[in-house]
Design a protein around this ligand. Structure first.
Ligand SMILES: NC(=O)c1ccc[n+]([C@@H]2O[C@H](COP(=O)([O-])OP(=O)(O)OC[C@H]3O[C@@H](n4cnc5c(N)ncnc54)[C@H](OP(=O)(O)O)[C@@H]3O)[C@@H](O)[C@H]2O)c1
Length: 353
């Protein structure tokens, strides 16, 4: 494999785990294939050849404020070829750098969903610029974290398979909430509090309950199979009551969380025997409809049988017939996400041979 020279942007949960995994990978292979030369957060960067070993202490003492021009200059001064930028930020602004990075010779791997969910014009412009500059852009972890969803769907689509529907529980936190609520005799607000204490929901659970994150993932899959949809085209059933939406503070939401209970108790009371509640994303290729909603699901289906905080994706195609291709497993978490990012990095490194 050719050496690939990597700048990592973001050193939070996923970024710091990724750096650790790259260090372990390099130790195992001794080939120095993955040379991390820049490690950055929003304000500071550490420039160092093979920076992963002891990076955290070095970041404390040696990091400096930076712009992307400094990153380009360091790469140039070291005559690095095969450049790769890894976006493991949670930033909506960082994606505005992608085109500049590509024009400065960088391939891009990202765990950040923003670039793929901005306007379709930007989505297409980025791909056009990647093509002109012969650069790669991989983002397997945008949907289902480390699960091989995007690659599978891309392979099916590009090989000409007729995809009819993609349906699933896309969010680990919403999976946990409804798997537990369907089975246990507890109120929804109690389960929500437990999920918060376990660190399964976002600090503000309304981000999960709004359905927007699932909608972003659905849009990414839709665009992967040729739809030119925008975020506004996704029909989202928000589970946040209008009175507790963005205009109320997080503490007001937490104080009033019991007001969510009647709606969910009623939804549960409507379940037939052998049914459970599931929060699903559904992409229907026949109607071009993208929907995020709460559904009554039979316990006998793969979706009805999910446990814990698992994500699950059912892919219905012509060849698979009535029995969908199913991919299931942890759909979030820093270790599986970082592993998925590393997988994308290695795919690019291999392709450069
Ligand atoms: N955690 C998961 O299970 C999971 C699964 C799939 C995808 N993802 C995605 O992975 C990404 C990272 O998630 P995380 O949980 O690691 O987030 P996090 O812990 O909040 O870390 C975010 C990191 O990004 C840095 N950052 C923010 N803006 C930046 C900028 N403009 N330039 C450079 N660095 C910047 C932050 O630095 P500062 O401290 O300076 O702000 C911080 O180091 C997110 O996009 C998330 O959606 C996460």
């Amino acid at each position: 494999m050719s050496q690939i020279n990597i700048a990592i942007f973001g050193i939070g949960n996923v970024g710091s785990t990724l750096i650790k995994q790259i260090a372990e990978y390099n130790k195992k292979t001794t080939s120095n294939t993955l040379n991390v030369f820049a490690i950055a957060n929003s304000k500071l960067v550490l420039f160092e050849n093979n920076a992963t070993g002891g990076w955290s202490a070095n970041f404390e003492t040696k990091s400096t404020s930076y712009t992307l021009e400094d990153v380009y200059a360091f790469a140039k001064a070291n005559s690095y070829k095969n450049l790769l930028a890894v976006d493991v930020t949670a930033s909506s602004e960082f994606v505005t750098n992608y085109i500049d990075l590509v024009e400065h010779g960088f391939h891009i791997v990202t765990a950040n969903k923003i670039a793929n969910t901005l306007t379709y014009d930007f989505y297409q412009e980025l791909r056009d610029i990647l093509e002109v500059n012969q650069k790669k852009f991989l983002y397997e972890t945008n949907v289902g974290a480390g699960l091989p969803i995007i690659e599978t769907i891309k392979n099916l689509y590009e090989s000409g398979e007729e995809i009819h529907k993609i349906r699933g529980v896309f969010s680990g936190s919403l999976s946990y909430l409804f798997n537990t609520f369907s089975e246990e005799e507890k109120s929804f607000s109690e389960i929500l509090k437990e999920a918060d204490a376990l660190g399964l929901t976002e600090p503000d659970a309304r981000e999960d309950l709004s359905g927007k994150d699932v909608a972003r993932k659905l849009l990414i899959l839709g665009r992967e199979v040729g739809l030119t949809k925008e975020f506004k085209d996704v029909k989202i059933q928000s589970l946040v009551p209008a009175a507790l939406n963005g205009k109320t503070t997080l503490s007001q939401f937490r104080e009033s969380v019991k007001t969510l209970d009647p709606f969910f108790a009623e939804s549960k009371s409507k379940l037939g025997s052998g049914e459970v509640l599931r929060h699903v994303g559904e992409l229907n290729l026949k109607t071009s409809k993208l929907e995020v909603k709460l559904v009554q699901e039979s316990k006998t289906t793969a979706l009805g049988q999910t446990k814990g905080a698992d994500a699950i994706f059912e892919i219905y195609t012509k060849s698979y017939g009535d029995q969908p291709l199913v991919i299931q497993g942890a759909g979030a978490g820093k270790a599986v996400t970082a592993r998925g990012v590393l997988g994308d990095i290695l795919k690019i490194a291999t392709s450069l041979n």
